[in-house]
Design a protein around this ligand. Sequence first.
Ligand SMILES: [Fe+2]
Length: 197
Amino acid sequence: MENNYLVDQLLAARPEQKVQLLFDYLTKHGDENYEEDVTQMQHGLQAAYLAREAGQDAPYVTAALFHDIGHILADDPDERNNPTLKDDNHEDIAATFFKDIFPDEVIEPIRLHVAAKRYLCTVNKEYYEGLSEPSQKSFHLQGGPMSVEELASFEANPFHKEAVQLRIWDDTAKDVKAEVPNLETYRKLVLESLLLL
Ligand SMILES: [Fe+2]
């Protein structure tokens, strides 16, 4: 399988090569796969841009850039055309994929970015109402509102605030008209994040 092969390649590669492998993967698949009206590549680049503009450290910008790579890995990326049939667990797929490649500062916000949507929907009704329609639909597939126990367990995660922040950028990074810096812009930041491990 391509994914397993890629993981083996990544684990064996030097840091600079890891960045190249990840960029190649995103470039190869980013335009084939769509989330809502923007491509995966546009979505990741917009999220990373928002994180960088907010002055975030390298790992959180990196998390924003790659937060939806699980949709590509799961080969189930199109939330618009296939929004309600099943949940692809793309956040867990990405977290597993990045294990031993990135530090927790990158992995945990990605792993929690779907839970963060459930969290925000639970504590803030206006947030739910402001979501795009596919995102509202997938919210119910992803478990719907959190229980009191789930809220407490989410808030106990040391990266829950970063996950909520990532979620907000995620929701904003769907502008079909936005023009943002290209993937190359993030080479140094991604390398820096890899070296934190
Ligand atoms: Fe996303």
